[in-house]
Design a protein around this ligand. Structure first.
Ligand code: HPA
Length: 249
């Protein structure tokens, strides 16, 4: 079976990685069930990479229904020890306007009812992982360096709120998240980041601001069309960043 040290999890707007060369699609089954999509193992910038579409291909699995444990287990099964996650988010902080790429360094988990640990499965030992810093600082520094070398703006740091979805937030919820110190809001970084930590995999997320969070922008209603357009435009910068990153890993 093809193997790769580096995994990329693509979120909304990033369900395919067209640049992956000679990709082999692996239909994997794990002790935690089936991952969202086949794991594509190929190479990008001449580096072996495993790609997984978080919401399936085509996009059909809502954030609260993603089998995060199976996704992480499947990537681990092909040898992945470092994951770059790509997440569409809403922007709460002033600096986080639509189209901004950010590298969060903290998160607050507001999701609920998700299988959030490999220990949730009967018979598994309970593990209390350290999660003080949920994102790998080593990977974050490599991403910052790659962004500098490729002349891509990448905001360093930020607190990412993880909400349950799939609906977007209310105005009051965003006011509360801002009060909690959150800069960005997405729906899928948890339990993904925690499961990666449990699996001993380094994990960092590139957050792509798709829209101003509820009540933060000029428009009264957040439109899916606007979100899709912003993500499509950001895609080439994300790819450029990943291309610059891979040879340095
Ligand atoms: N909120 C939560 N998740 C998101 C948003 C948002 O506004 N935009 C894209 N993902």
């Amino acid at each position: 079976m093809s193997r790769a040290d580096i995994g990329i999890i693509g979120g909304t707007g990033f369900g395919r990685l067209a640049e992956l060369q000679s990709a082999q699609a692996l239909d994997l089954d794990t002790a935690y069930g089936q991952p969202s999509s086949p794991v594509l193992v190929g190479s990008m910038a001449s580096v072996p990479v495993a790609f997984l579409a978080r919401h399936g291909t085509p996009h059909r699995i809502a954030p609260h229904r993603v089998n995060y444990a199976a996704n992480i287990a499947a990537l681990k099964a092909v040898g992945v020890r470092r994951i770059i996650a790509i997440n569409a988010v809403g922007g709460i902080a002033e600096w986080a306007g639509p189209g901004v790429l950010a590298l969060p360094d903290q998160l607050i988990d507001y999701s609920h009812g998700r299988i959030s640990s490999f220990s949730d499965v009967e018979g598994q030992a309970v593990e209390h992982i350290d999660f003080t810093d949920p994102f790998s600082q080593t990977l974050r520094l490599k991403l910052l360096e790659a962004a500098r070398s490729a002349a891509i703006d990448l905001h360093d740091g930020g607190v990412l709120a993880v909400t349950q979805g799939p609906r977007l937030e209310t105005r009051a919820e965003i006011v509360r998240l801002a009060r909690d110190g959150c800069d960005l809001v997405g729906m899928t970084s948890m339990p993904e980041a925690a499961l990666a930590r449990e699996a001993g995999i380094d994990y960092a997320a590139i957050a792509v601001v798709a829209n101003a969070a509820a009540g933060c922008g000029g428009s009264e209603v957040i439109g899916m069309h606007e979100i899709e357009q912003t993500l499509a435009q950001a895609m080439h910068r994300v790819l450029k960043l990943v291309n610059a990153l891979l040879p340095s890993l």
